[in-house]
Design a protein around this ligand. Structure first.
Ligand code: ADP
Ligand code: MG
Length: 236
């Protein structure tokens, strides 16, 4: 297993009480597979990704990446882990307006101290892989919404992550482009052998996902997993 979430509970302060955003969430994602997480707005999808990305520390439960339990890591070690092992595609494609598509990717490698020539080579390979070879020298305003989303995804793969986390990649796209993005994510997942979690509020186009889990009010229902609700177990 290369991404494992075990019994994750996350709460946020909410007036005098606390709001439970994730309630004992368990999910295993092997490398080379896509786990799609579907659920309505406010159900906890982005919170789940933030915990998996180690950007938010849960109240309880463990996140394990490539066999390393992240709860035992110091802050600097966590930063390293994120940089080398985790690719994140946020809901808003926060591309830098002044950079070309290739440069958006090269910046990631620069942060990582890779040689500029190697970074450029990898950036161009990845842009090819997402079907944007011919657009490598365009800036964000010269790209369509779907193309920007592809740059965003390619950028997340720049440092060859183990784990790829994608937040609602199709929400701003029409149906056809949405389907193409999901297909692309699946192909890249197989080729780059990432453990991919893709969250989305709509169930369409998910036929290529290896697993579809549903989240409602912070509880994740994974098909095949035993229900943890004690009322169900006792049949009440
Ligand atoms: P989704 O991505 O499925 O729309 P979120 O994970 O963003 O859901 O939110 C889950 C719940 O947690 C919602 O009720 C939301 O209002 C709440 N929430 C999310 N982030 C915060 C935060 N930083 N502080 C307080 N409450 C939050
Ligand atoms: Mg969200």
């Amino acid at each position: 297993m290369s991404l494992n979430l075990s019994e994750i509970t996350l709460t946020y302060p909410d007036g005098d009480t606390r709001l439970t955003a994730l309630d004992r969430v368990t999910l295993n994602v092997p490398r080379g597979s896509v786990a799609a997480v579907v659920g309505p707005s406010g159900s906890g999808k982005s919170s789940l990704l933030a915990v998996a990305a180690t950007l938010v520390t849960p109240d309880s439960g463990t996140v394990t990446i490539d066999g390393t339990a992240t709860s035992g890591l110091a802050r600097g070690e966590l930063t390293d882990l994120r940089r080398h092992k985790i690719g994140i595609v946020f809901q808003q494609p926060n591309l830098l307006p002044s950079l070309t598509a290739a440069e958006q990717l090269q910046v990631m490698a620069h942060i990582d101290g890779r040689s500029p020539a190697r970074a450029r080579g990898r950036a161009l390979d990845l842009l090819d892989a997402v079907g944007l070879g011919p657009q490598a020298e365009r800036r964000p305003h010269q790209l369509s919404g779907g193309q920007r989303q592809r740059v965003n995804i390619a950028r997340a793969l720049m440092n060859s992550p183990t784990v790829l986390l994608i937040d609602e990649p199709t929400s701003a796209l029409d149906n056809e482009r949405g389907a193409a993005i999901v297909d692309l994510v699946t192909r890249l997942t197989r080729r780059q052998a990432t453990a991919t979690v893709m969250v989305t509020h709509d169930r369409t186009h998910l036929s290529t996902a290896d697993l579809i889990a549903e989240v409602h009010d912070g509880r994740l229902h994974v098909p095949g997993n035993p229900q943890r609700d004690p009322r169900r177990r006792t049949g009440i």
